[in-house]
Every structure is written in structure tokens, then in C-alpha cells.
Ligand binder design. Structure first.
Ligand code: COA
Ligand code: MG
Length: 293
């Protein structure tokens, strides 16, 4: 998944627009973009959308962001949407492996009730929305087979820290958020899942957005969350392996395959060893998955 577009759960208009956005996934939001009074209505609208979208011949992946475990709203969210068989549940304010195991148990009960295969529904935590969550990043590895990817959040984290802002005047993140971002990459590598970059809220700033996408790809994120349909095309473009990159990866894989037992080899004046092969294999696997999408 390269692009994951947030769509408020109480807006059937935006949900329909989301279908045409080209996003690899829609995140149907029951949390912060929906006012407390509108939650019941958002659950109903989201279920109807899930059911209608499942019937389409081609559709994006459908993820529902439920309310955090601490709110007491999570069970009602799951009761409402699990009959619509979402592909994944996004857990905000997640504080570690214990939280996603807990969520996994709740999901398992509903899968059984709705005749869904056990383990079908994946989990994507937003893992850095609280200070405690940052300390929990090391506990995701092995917590549940449902874990699909990890993502991070800077807005709620700044609220938890009591910070004045999370960005400097030049638009870059202040130190606490750069640390949370980097730790998310380490946590995803430790858990062997994809790392997805957080949202960029200034949706009219195209140049700033592209720069943030490029920096995310450079550092190992495989996709980014979007809040506006205009952000989807740049994400898909930037997070798709370029043909030249893919050709180079294939050449590296072929070179090692043709020289079994060799540790290090030269290609076009560059030294290649095991990390280069692993990087090439990862890129090729990602390209293959996108082809299959
Ligand atoms: N998904 C689908 N469609 C969207 C959309 C989204 N996230 N954001 C905007 N659109 C649609 C609008 O409905 C509008 O279509 P319309 O004129 O036919 O109704 C069109 O795209 C252009 O929108 P625009 O006028 O540029 O923005 P806006 O002022 O209507 O909306 C936001 C701005 C921020 C309110 C909106 O982008 C949004 O709701 N984003 C998601 C918020 C969210 O889920 N946040 C939680 C995670 S941080
Ligand atoms: Mg939030």
C-alpha cells in the first residue's frame, strides 16, 4: 500500500470521492474527524459503504480507524463495522504490543460471529501518538499475526507532550517528532512489517508535500497517509519503484544468482555485498506486490 487516504466516516460524499481517488487504501475514520455526537451515524454510514464497496469488481483496501481503547468506544465501533468485513482496523493512540493483542482478541470474536476467516482482519497501529506509545515501539514484534504495518502520528503526540508546535518555521519537524518518526522505522523493521509515513496536513502545499514523500521513501517508508485526494497521485508516483531502479535491482539479483557462493562482487564500478542484495530483493518484492494490486 502506497497511498492510504483518510475519509471521515460520516461523509458518504467523501467516501464516494475516495473510491475514485486512485488511493491504494481508504481509511474510513470513526475517530478524530468525527464529532462525538456523530459517532453512531458515522458507524452506520461506514458500514453501508463497506458493504457497497465490497461488491465492486475493483476497489481500494478498506481500513476502519476505530476510537482508541481508552475511550470506551472501540467495542461499539467494531460491533458496527465488522459485519462489513473491513480489510484492516487502524488503532489510534496505540501504546504497544499489548494494545494490538487486546484489539486482536476483540476482532477475533467478531470474525467468529460474522463467519469471517480467523485472522483475516489485519491491524495497523498509529504507534507514536503518546509519550508512552513511543516507549512501546519495541513491543510490536511478534505481538499478533494480524499486524500489517506501523504508522506514526505527530499531532496527538504534540498534544500529549504539551508542546507549542511540532514543526519549525522552515516546516521541518522538531526533534521529538523526528525521533518518533525514526523509531517507527526501527519498530517496523523489528516487526518485519511496512512503515507508513504520517499525514501532511497543509494540503495546498504541493512542494512541501512532495519533499516529505521523497524523504520518507529515502528513509524506508513504503507509503504515506493522505488527508486529501490531491495528495494521492504524488504518493503513488513517489512510492512506486521507478523502472530504472527496478531494472537495477533485477540486475543485482541476477548477478548474485549467476555467481552462487560469492560474497562480494562489482557492478558498474560499485561494490555489492549482502545488504545490497537484500535491498534489491525487497524492492523487487514491493514492485511485484504493486503489480498484483
Ligand atoms: N476524501 C475524499 N474526498 C475528499 C477528501 C477526502 N479526505 N477531502 C476532500 N475531498 C473532496 C471534497 O469533498 C471536495 O469535493 P466536493 O467539492 O465535490 O464536495 C473535493 O475533494 C475538494 O475538496 P476541498 O474543497 O479542496 O477541501 P475541503 O475544504 O472540502 O476539505 C478537509 C478539507 C481537510 C476537511 C478534507 O480534506 C478532509 O475531510 N480530509 C480528511 C480529514 C480526516 O479524515 N482527518 C483524520 C485524519 S488526520
Ligand atoms: Mg488524531
Amino acid at each position: 500500500m502506497r497511498s492510504l487516504l483518510f475519509v471521515p466516516g460520516d461523509s458518504d460524499r467523501k467516501q464516494q470521492k475516495g473510491l475514485d481517488s486512485g488511493a491504494d487504501a481508504l481509511i474510513l475514520d470513526l475517530e478524530d474527524s468525527v464529532a462525538l455526537d456523530a459517532k453512531p451515524q458515522a458507524r452506520r454510514i461506514t458500514l453501508a459503504f463497506l458493504q457497497a464497496a465490497q461488491a465492486l469488481p475493483r476497489r481500494p483496501r478498506l481500513i476502519v480507524r476505530v476510537n482508541a481503547l481508552s475511550t470506551g468506544l472501540t467495542d461499539a465501533d467494531l460491533d458496527a463495522v465488522m459485519p462489513g468485513a473491513p480489510d484492516a482496523i487502524m488503532l489510534p493512540k496505540s501504546e504497544g504490543g499489548v494494545d494490538i493483542s487486546h484489539l486482536g482478541a476483540k476482532i477475533a470474536v467478531r470474525e467468529a460471529e460474522h463467519d469471517l476467516p480467523d485472522g483475516r482482519t489485519r491491524i495497523i497501529p498509529i504507534a507514536t501518538e503518546t509519550g508512552k506509545g513511543v516507549f512501546g515501539l519495541g513491543s510490536y514484534a511478534g505481538a499478533t499475526h494480524r499486524l500489517q504495518a506501523l504508522t506514526w502520528g505527530a499531532e496527538d503526540l504534540s498534544a500529549d507532550l504539551g508542546a507549542e508546535t511540532n514543526r519549525l518555521t522552515d516546516g521541518s519537524y522538531a526533534d521529538p517528532y523526528r525521533l518518533a518518526r525514526a523509531m517507527t522505522l526501527f519498530a517496523a523493521a523489528a516487526a518485519q512489517v511496512d512503515a507508513i509515513d504520517t499525514v501532511f496536513t497543509n494540503f495546498r502545499d504541493d512542494a512541501g508535500f512532495r519533499a516529505e514523500c521523497l524523504a520518507a521513501r529515502r528513509d524506508g517508508f513504503t507509503g504515506k497517509m493522505a488527508i486529501h485526494p490531491a495528495q494521492v497521485a504524488p504518493i503513488n508516483e513517489i512510492f512506486s519503484p521507478a523502472p530504472a531502479e527496478l531494472a537495477k535491482a533485477e540486475a543485482i539479483i541476477a548477478l548474485f544468482a549467476a555467481n552462487p557462493g560469492i560474497g562480494v562482487i562489482g557492478l558498474e564500478g560499485e561494490m555489492l555485498d549482502r545488504p545490497h542484495l537484500l535491498r534489491a530483493q525487497r524492492l523487487k518484492a514491493r514492485a511485484d506486490r504493486l503489480q498484483g494490486h
